[in-house]
Design a binder for this molecule. Structure first.
Ligand SMILES: [Zn+2]
Ligand SMILES: [Zn+2]
Length: 228
């Protein structure tokens, strides 16, 4: 439970009423969606706004937009899920299709096109994005700038920065969404945080030294009932 003084909002910082960047990154998807849609520092094309309203955009994408705006890098979003092709140019399923990617064509109203040199808005934005860590770390930051993983320079990204995140549920996306609906926002975020801290068990491919070696019986007529 969150204990707080009456009348005080725990998500506001001590100095005033604007949440800190760290607080923004911890907000629920629904809270982030409301903020992004009403933030005058974030411009989003019309059907992209309905992607957000209908809950189709991942919270990491929403958190990233709020994060940039909070750092004074006001994004113009030209692609979320809606109107983006299902596949990428190379033929794989685009992270846009699952609501896990965003394209930004302008920062502070300055077009990405023609502004990717050192010190440009693109340069500043990509560097800022590289400070996103942990669960909000992008897996793709594509522009003309290569600053090492997870950035990638691609010639067809002269006019936008693509930011993508690994889909959370893989091929069972539908199942994941259903499970999510059963959990309240807070519970879900806590669960995701916990899952992230559990290490996958190591599965041995070779038999362990404690296993007993069984020789095949050369006198058996058939392998059909080997277990009996
Ligand atoms: Zn993209
Ligand atoms: Zn792209």
């Amino acid at each position: 439970a969150i204990y707080r003084a009456v009348g005080k909002n725990p998500f506001l910082n001590a100095r005033g009423n604007r949440p800190t960047v760290g607080q923004i990154l911890l907000m629920s998807k629904e809270a982030l969606a409301r903020r992004v849609l009403s933030n005058p520092r974030i411009k989003i094309y019309r059907c992209g706004r309905s992607d957000i309203r209908s809950g189709q955009v991942d919270r990491r994408v929403l958190a990233t937009l709020e994060f940039l705006a909070a750092w004074g890098l006001k994004p113009t979003v030209t692609s979320l899920k809606c109107s983006h092709s299902y596949y990428t140019k190379s033929g794989s399923v685009s992270h846009h299709s699952s609501g896990n990617a965003v394209d930004i064509a302008k920062i502070n109203n300055v077009p990405i096109l023609g502004n990717q040199q050192a010190g440009s808005v693109t340069d500043l934005t990509v560097r800022r994005l590289l400070t996103l860590q942990g669960t909000v770390r992008p897996t793709q930051i594509i522009s003309l700038l290569d600053m090492g993983e997870p950035t990638l320079a691609m010639a067809n990204h002269a006019d936008h920065i693509h930011i993508g995140f690994r889909p959370r549920y893989g091929p069972n996306a539908k199942l994941g969404r259903q499970a999510r609906r059963l959990l309240a926002n807070n519970q879900w975020d806590k669960l995701v945080a916990r899952l992230g801290s559990i290490r996958n068990p190591v599965v041995r491919l070779k038999p362990s030294k404690y296993s007993i070696r069984v020789k095949a019986d050369p006198h058996r007529a058939s392998d059909a009932h080997a277990a009996e």
